[in-house]
Design a protein around this ligand. Structure first.
Ligand code: MBD
Ligand code: FE
Length: 308
């Protein structure tokens, strides 16, 4: 590395910047700021970053925040998946094995969706798309059904847009909380989502372009599954057959999260569901772990929107 970084002036600067020389503040924050700022100094040195380039990056960060896209770039850079991999590793170390795999939450959850028992319909009938019935059981790793679990589900519409973020959709469209019945079962009716694409003129896509990358996600459905005494599960299922299934810009596709999609076109079966067009069905069970003292908390504090 460069000699400049080793000089007393720069070392002094870093220590003052991070407050390491004083006895106030927070020790952990100081050490992390020291590391991050010195790594930035190193990056500037190594790439001989010019002032123009540096200030371009600073305006980029401003733009990213103003566009509310920090939560979008984070998964795009694999940071959210990295946190998942670390949580997986910590769980393995604590002996938490098996169960439904976790995958990233993403930036589009909205708290406070309508709550119902056993079943729900997620769309209001105005969505043009293939009807999907999804059902399954919440159980623990020993196969015991979990009654009274909350399945908090959210997904995009057939155009890839999420309610709240896409103001053309009704409030809480395609967002529901379903409490499992006495047998631990849930079921819902909805419309098949399409994959998501980063806003084409936004700052996230602007950086992805410079990396030669697309900003597409395969069609997917998000879940939080919670129950008293159990570890919170954050996961998603992918819709099989999507062209981006294994080419997700957010790196969230995982083995065990690609259930079979059954298609029904027989007029008798279609009619029996009160429909007049072919529909799809997915069966998927969620397997939770009991809470345990020595494993890291999976309840993540994160700022969520709540529809007004
Ligand atoms: C999404 O729908 C999503 O789930 C993630 C992780 C990023 C952008 C859009
Ligand atoms: Fe999503």
């Amino acid at each position: 590395m460069s000699e400049l970084l080793e000089t007393r002036d720069v070392q002094n600067l870093l220590s003052k910047v991070s407050g390491l020389g004083n006895d106030k503040g927070d020790e952990r924050v100081k050490r992390i700021v020291y590391r991050v700022v010195s790594d930035l100094f190193k990056t500037i040195e190594e790439f001989d970053v010019q002032p123009d380039e540096f200030w371009t990056a600073m305006s980029y960060l401003t733009e990213l925040g103003e566009a509310h896209e920090i939560g979008l770039l984070v998964p795009g850079l694999g940071l959210e998946t990295f946190l998942d991999l670390r949580m997986d590793a910590a769980e393995r170390k604590a002996g938490v094995a098996g169960g439904t795999p976790r995958t990233i939450e993403g930036p589009l959850y909205v708290a406070g969706a309508p709550l119902s028992k056993g079943e729900a319909r997620l769309d209001d009938g105005s969505e043009e798309g293939e009807v999907l019935f999804m059902n399954g059981e919440v159980r623990d790793v020993n196969g015991k059904p979990v009654a009274g679990a909350i399945v908090d589900v959210w997904h995009a519409n057939p155009l890839g847009g999420y309610s709240f973020f896409d103001p053309s959709q009704p409030k809480y469209n395609l967002r529901r909380r379903i409490e499992t019945d006495a047998e631990g079962r849930y079921r819902f009716r909805t419309v098949l989502p399409a994959g998501y694409a980063c806003p084409p003129n936004g700052p996230t896509q602007k950086l992805l372009d410079q990396l030669g990358r697309h900003g597409r996600r395969p069609a997917h459905i998000h879940f939080f599954v919670t129950a008293p005494g159990y570890r919170k599960l954050t996961t998603q299922i992918n819709i099989d057959g999507d062209e981006y299934l294994h080419d997700d810009f957010a790196f969230a596709t995982r083995d065990g999260l690609i259930p079979e999609v059954r298609r029904f076109a027989d007029p008798v079966e279609v009619g029996a569901r009160g429909l007049n067009a072919p529909f799809a069905e997915i069966a998927f069970d969620f397997v939770l772990h009991r809470e345990r003292a020595n494993a890291p908390n999976t309840v993540v504090t994160r700022v969520h929107a709540e529809a007004a």
